[in-house]
Design a binder for this molecule. Sequence first.
Ligand code: SF4
Length: 449
Amino acid sequence: MERAPKVSFVSLGCPKALVDSERIVTRLRAEGYELSRSHAGADLAVVNTCGFLDSAQAESLAAIGKALAENGKVIVTGCMGAEPEKITSRYPQVLAVTGPQQYESVVEAVHRVLPPRHDPLLDLLPPQGIKLTPRHYAYLKISEGCNNRCSFCIIPKLRGELRSRPAADVLREAERLVAAGVKEILVISQDTSAYGSDLKYAASAWKGRDVRARFLDLARELGELGAWVRLHYVYPYPHVDDVMPLMADGKVLPYLDVPFQHAAPAVLRRMRRPAAQEKTLQRIARWRDMCPDLTIRSTFIVGFPGESEADFRLLLDWLEEAELDRVGCFRYEAVAGARANELTPAVPEAMKEERWHRLMRCQQAISARRLKRKIGSRQAVIVDEVAAASRSHAGSGMGAAKGRTRGDAPDIDGTVHVTSRRPLRLGEIVTVRIERADEYDLHGTVVGF
Ligand code: SF4
């Protein structure tokens, strides 16, 4: 029998790029291609690049160089593909460059270089497609592109205007994922609360009903599928208040990932952030009134051009009052093509570094305080990693595992270190009594299966 053509695949960048990679890989697998773990063992390498920051572009270029050195036949796709000359000037031997969301073009390029086997084994493809995340959680992309124009960001240039998927389309994918064993759905997009505005919130038919392409309606329907539903990249618009009752009722996880980026009005204006004029502290207080268990995570940028010491202090004061649970912080980095590059005065690198440390110190104390409040409580925990029988547990029938509470997203938030009187399974959701907390993580014992 003819050998199946083999492709190695590198996926760089954010969860949105990962979803693109999953689509490309699913399509290739459907056509009978095999995936290779190494470039050397493949007939062709595909690199899905990230172009968000200059450092991400450098990482992408290095990944292309590695694939060329180890394989020689390389196709490049993803965000950097929007500016192909950046790639071809450095690596003219790259076989093809395609832009973000151009699945068809990537697949066509693969066909040209490495034609599919004559008789693809279509029935080997699982109905939910091929996932690059563990089996028990999956990212669900509800829209592409973005209608905002944040001055530090070139994503709208790279990925275009907001294009939402019809609600029924999203729900069908979510249902397939749940049927395939997915226990947690992570809803992603560039601006989740703007979902459907480009479709004028048009309805589509789902299980004999009409479901509108609206943030609240979609969250409500996803909440009926029986999996954990986690909402990422939600901007603090007033209509976000409407999902709080769903969170309080346990339909959707009481978790919001809100990229605030800053708190000083002058900086937010210069950043041209959506919802910048919202009174965010009042909004957070209202959310917590409606859903006391709510976990809020966010990201911030320090050292944005023109950020004064007073602006920065205002941010620290805001953080003290907001008491967010989890915070990521980036030092501002210029991105080629972003309008923020023209803003002055630039904040010196040493000052960015110093502010980053101050913010992290301030937030660490807040996060630790909030985690401590969980000691003594019982939390639902989803198991992400099962320890290989350790010496202390071997033969004892006990299990040790790492998992996450409803307030922790994979990869970006904390972990719960769990001991259990029986071994645990990946994706199992158990009740854990929390006994200890450190700066980022919780420790506890399973008290309910
Ligand atoms: S909301 Fe702002 S930062 Fe996010 S993708 Fe859109 S323009 Fe970029």
